[in-house]
Design a binder for this molecule. Structure first.
Ligand code: ATP
Ligand code: MG
Length: 156
């Protein structure tokens, strides 16, 4: 299946837009002119985008969530940047572990099971991609998912 990631993002953003609105958060998808299609499973890709958007909304109390898609000749990258509570450096290595939640006490109030990112990581791997997180406590978090683009056939 050839997937237009812009469409997947559009669908996922629609599904979470009410949640963002209820929290008074701006949810901005930055337009991208043309994006190469990737080979993959649309449902899986939507689950990845939805989980990351839900996290960004859940762990952000004010400000905005920016969604970017950009690509080089070999990679397509989806980035979701929030202005939320952030994740301490020493906890970053564990956030993809099953049931891991940062600072149990703070997380208890926000619901969730701690499974989202472990599932996301598996789905990204199934897509042949990779995932990276950078974060600053009190400033926000940026999660990027990279997919390898198929090699283009050169004209002879
Ligand atoms: P679930 O996704 O299963 O409903 P969850 O959101 O707690 O529950 P994960 O999505 O796996 O679980 O995230 C693990 C932990 O990483 C979260 O509990 C939270 O502490 C932290 N985290 C994830 N995304 C963010 C983010 N955007 N900003 C701040 N902390 C985050
Ligand atoms: Mg989650």
């Amino acid at each position: 299946e050839w997937i237009d990631l812009r469409y997947v993002i559009h669908q996922s953003v629609q599904k979470v837009s009410l949640k963002a609105k209820e929290k008074g958060l701006e949810l901005v998808v930055h337009p991208t002119k043309s994006v190469p299609f990737i080979r993959g499973d649309g449902m899986r890709l939507e689950q990845i985008a939805l989980n990351l958007l839900e996290n960004a909304i859940r762990y952000t109390d004010e400000g905005r969530i920016d969604v970017y898609l950009h690509h080089s000749s070999t990679m397509l990258t989806l980035s979701i940047q929030d202005t939320g509570i952030g994740i301490p450096d020493d906890e970053l290595p564990y956030i993809f572990d099953r049931f891991y939640r940062v600072e149990k006490s703070r997380s208890r109030q926000t619901g969730g099971t701690g499974l989202g990112l472990s599932i996301v990581k598996k789905l990204v791997k199934l897509q042949g991609g990779s995932i990276h997180v950078t974060s600053r406590v009190g400033k926000g978090t940026c999660v990027s998912v990279q997919f390898v683009l198929p090699m283009m056939q050169e004209d002879q």
